[in-house]
Design a binder for this molecule. Structure first.
Ligand code: NI
Length: 187
């Protein structure tokens, strides 16, 4: 066995997964907690990261690829920076700041729509990593926003759910219309 084969093999095994688009009822489900991180889950993490990088996106939650489990992946490294993937299993917020921050958010499940969302500016998140170790991460700025956005997905919440119903329904109508014209059939 050549140890240098390992990264290559892993790359071959990585696969791009189809991303669900709103309004899909699977995006509205509450995801189930994960017991133990095993090889199958680590493979899902790798596939989700690959899917996110190709999209491209800076965060992806398992429900977006049709897996109703409490897993998110995040990487906010810029294009010219080395990759910095973070995989979080069963993430929970253990602290949020009183101070809020506003970011223009988008979502791979709400393609081509962006809107400003107000969230706590800083959070502390507790999660299990890919080696089954419990960790805590203090996040601020864009990372705090992304983590909260992805964690929302685990409870069936999309960023458009933070908007007025008027704005949300307008976006959902456009997405439904775009899907109908893409598939040529009513869904
Ligand atoms: Ni999203």
């Amino acid at each position: 066995m050549d140890i240098r084969l390992q990264p290559d093999l892993r790359k071959v095994q990585m696969a791009k997964l189809p991303i669900l688009v709103a309004p899909d009822p699977r995006l509205k489900q509450t995801a189930a907690p994960i017991g133990k991180v095993d090889d199958a889950l680590r493979r899902l993490m790798d596939d989700m990261l690959e899917t996110m990088y190709v999209a491209p996106g800076i965060g992806l939650a398992a429900p977006q690829v049709g897996v109703s489990k409490r897993l998110i992946v995040v990487d906010i490294a810029k294009e010219d920076e080395p990759k910095a993937p973070i995989c979080m299993v069963n993430p929970e917020l253990v602290w949020i700041s009183d101070e809020d921050a506003t970011y223009e958010e988008g979502c791979l499940s709400v393609p081509e729509h962006y809107a400003e969302v107000v969230r706590p500016a800083r959070v502390r998140v507790r999660f299990v990593d890919r080696d089954n170790v419990v960790r805590e991460l203090d996040a601020d700025g864009l990372l705090a926003t992304v983590v909260q956005h992805e964690m929302d997905h685990l409870d069936g919440i999309l960023f458009i759910d933070h908007l007025t119903s008027l704005k949300r329904n307008m976006i959902l109508r456009k997405l439904t219309k775009a899907r109908k014209s893409a598939t040529g059939s009513a869904l």
